[in-house]
Ligand binder design. Sequence first.
Ligand code: GLV
Ligand code: MN
Ligand code: MN
Length: 416
Amino acid sequence: MKVDETRLLADLEHLGKIGLGPEGGITRRALSREDAAARAYVADRMRAAGLEVRHDEVGNLRGRRKGRDGAAWDSAVPVVMTGSHLDSVPSGGKLDGPLGVVGAVCAIESLNAAGVTTKRPLEVIVFVGEEGSRFRRGTIGSAAVSGHVSVADVLELVDPDGAVYKDALATYGDEGAAIPARAAAGSIHAFVELHVEQGGVLEAAALPIGAVTTIAGLVQRAVTFLGDANHAGATPMNLRHDAFLAAAEWALGIERGAREIGGGVVGTVGKLTVEPGGKNIIPGRVDAICDLRAPTPVLLSALDDYVVSSLHGIGEKRGVELEQQLLQRVEPGPMHELAIVAVQRAAAEAGLGHMRMPSGAIHDALHMAEIAPSSMIFVPSIGGKSHCPTEATDPRHLAQGVAVLAHTLAILANDP
Ligand code: GLV
Ligand code: MN
Ligand code: MN
């Protein structure tokens, strides 16, 4: 099966201009004008590829290709799904998400061009809000499809500016009735997601394809440190209640805890606002968010417990009050052999070197694995860089990823 590499790169380039900032990064928050523009482009590409396009109750965009029974949306045969997301982190890269979306459309076009029909229908899905950069949780669209969260709870999510999810959905301007978001039991035969690796493992191994076996879990907590804003010159060191120093001590503790626990756990404090934010004022308030990842539930709890209990001592020692709130906990999860083996077989048939590997990043495939055999196809990230403007992959590897996706879809949609 041949992949139209020129088309693929043109699609990625087009999407890479939507939400492009002066620093070269992409900012497309979920359900924003930029997100809507990217989605409209993809909806047109889906139709051009012959897909029947729908949208669901939480705003996932979905395009189906009919199976051999001649039916797409009204087929009684379980569907094989693929897709990813179009929202981004603040000032992110051009590939995290979009590759798995336009790559899926290009894979369908490869199947069309090669005259490959399938027993089962194929569906390309664009999940809403994977990154969690706007609403308090991420992987929103896939959590709604799997039933991990209810549609009602999704629609009531509120962003920090007070905008309610169900109102923000109006930016998409979808016409016609929405289909149910939650998948009916047994309606999905398998799910596979194409994505950049976002780490340096494939590059170091000089292999073009990874077949993902597990996805690490995640805890995010918001913590507010309430100290005393005061004069930076006139207040002696022993009379201060510096909210930033409390937050800094906590962040350093997270680093220490993650190193002590080991086993692949990682912890980050990537969002921090210091108020009132004057260079000659002792910080009175800090709002911080920590992001904790681990490959097993036990390790995730170990790091989370460490991080929460470290707060108490710091508050007392520094005379700073603390408030904390769990934003999100997503359990780590295994992918499924049916789908992992299909990816490996597809890579082998395409003559491409491959390896089985875990994912340290969260993906929509984690929720899809709750309801259907799932895996992911990783392609190498140059320098292991992601969630930053320099995220990049060799175009040859991008096209190879799409070729493996097309083969994988054909295998999963035609296997007994
Ligand atoms: C998503 O990219 C995440 O792992 O945060
Ligand atoms: Mn991401
Ligand atoms: Mn992603």
